[in-house]
Design a binder for this molecule. Structure first.
Ligand SMILES: *Cc1c(COP(=O)(O)O)cnc(C)c1O
Length: 394
């Protein structure tokens, strides 16, 4: 059986986890901070906050940016539902804006049109997605966001290790916080770095970082510098020595339990060491697919070598997609579809979205299919996938 994506757990990973299990900490131990710091180095940002999963990461970002009933937020229809759902968790409104038909990413000129069509102040933020591993040009997006006073949460779940080249020729890694307020990653097994469940928020903003740390654990702080209650109240008596007692902590805002665990962090650190070679492998696989399909007129894809693409997914657009999907399944190749347009999910239809609203995304959905793409896919397996596809169209 050949799936579309698969985790790569090695003996070193297993050893890292068993070692972590022998330590004193199961949750919130020192390994989490170590993983966060190593992740920051890998991405090139100042701060990282590890959380329970990518969806929790999005939720905390929306909370940290004060999304509420008055917030209108723009995102792409071609993404996993969580990119939009985080806005709904906070009572906000999601406004979908169509994709570009070549890159499959949210179409930046179209965002501009949308913003211009409404009075200034209508929208609060944008959630762009580095879909399939291809980086959104956040330098361009931020120019528009600044003009309209919008924040940016970059959904980088598909693109740890991905990047774009900015107007000065500088490499800008996905999630590095240079053009977005916050970015998020997922460590679900199909993503580049797997910890079972898990997620990460990255930022360069110290204030947001501190807020996220509190929100991750019930809104509770143990930082004596920020306590609001008096020493008398904290001690439960008028008698005190001028210090807050050792047990004292304060819940200052409504947070959640979105904590990550120490043994997951140990796995994350071990996985991170393989991240670079994993991306190289993914790019090599993409190159072989590109070459195999370059003369096939029935296949359209993100053709050519795309610099900075992290290749979480390798997507092609084909005629008779259903036929190909079933033919692949008969040959034990489990391709997948990314994604059913989010605005056509019954939940979002009930919010006023309908067919025809996002024509490029809807058209893309008719033909798209994601082929097997993961570092341990062998050349023999890939050749079999390629032959099975070409055979179907013969
Ligand atoms: C996987 C994914 C998420 C959610 O991550 P989880 O860890 O599964 O909660 C969010 N956005 C995108 C684009 C994803 O691919």
């Amino acid at each position: 059986m050949i799936p579309y994506g698969k985790q790569n757990i090695t003996e070193e990973d297993i050893l890292a986890v068993t070692n972590a299990l022998k330590c004193d900490f199961l949750t919130q131990g020192p390994t989490i901070l170590e993983f966060e710091q190593k992740f920051s180095t890998y991405i090139g940002c100042k701060y990282s906050v590890a959380v329970a999963n990518g969806t929790a990461a999005l939720h905390l970002c929306a909370l940290a940016l004060d999304v509420n009933e008055n917030s209108k937020v723009i995102t792409t229809p071609i993404t996993f539902a969580a990119s939009a759902n985080c806005i709904k968790y906070c009572g906000g409104e999601v406004v979908f804006s169509d994709i570009d038909k070549e890159t499959y990413l949210i179409d930046i000129p179209k965002i501009k049109q949308l913003l211009e069509s409404q009075p200034k102040g209508t929208f609060s933020g944008i959630v762009p997605v580095d879909f399939a591993g291809r980086a959104v040009n956040l330098e361009e997006l931020k120019k528009i966001a600044d003009e309209y006073n919008l924040w940016i949460i970059e959904d980088s779940c598909h693109s740890p290790g991905g990047y774009f080249i900015d107007s000065k020729g500088v490499q800008q890694n996905c999630g590095n916080g240079n053009f977005a307020d916050l970015a998020i990653f997922s460590f679900h097994p199909v993503k580049h770095i797997a910890t079972g469940e898990g997620g990460m928020i990255t930022t360069n903003d110290e204030e947001l970082y501190k807020k996220l740390l509190m929100l991750r654990t019930h809104g509770i702080t143990r930082d004596t510098n920020v306590f609001e209650n008096s020493l008398e109240l904290a001690n439960g008596t008028d008698k005190h020595n001028g210090n807050y007692p050792g047990w004292y902590m304060e819940m200052q805002t409504l947070g959640y339990n979105y904590r990550f665990t120490d043994f997951q962090a140990a796995l994350g650190i071990s996985q991170l060491e393989k991240a670079k070679t994993g991306i190289e492998k993914r790019r090599a696989i993409a190159k072989r697919y590109n070459e195999a399909f370059q003369n096939s007129s029935f296949i359209k894809g993100q053709s050519g070598v795309i610099e900075g693409h992290a290749y979480h997914l390798y997507i092609i657009e084909v005629e008779n997609r259903l036929g190909l999907y079933n033919h692949l399944r008969e040959n034990k190749i489990f391709a997948q579809i990314h994604y059913i347009p989010c605005h056509l999910m019954p939940f979002y239809k009930a919010q006023g979205n309908k067919e025809g609203n996002q024509p490029i995304a809807e058209n893309y959905y008719k033909n798209c299919i994601s082929l097997p793409m993961y570092p341990t896919l062998t050349e023999t397996e890939q050749d079999f996938v390629i032959a099975t596809i070409l055979n179907f169209y013969k």
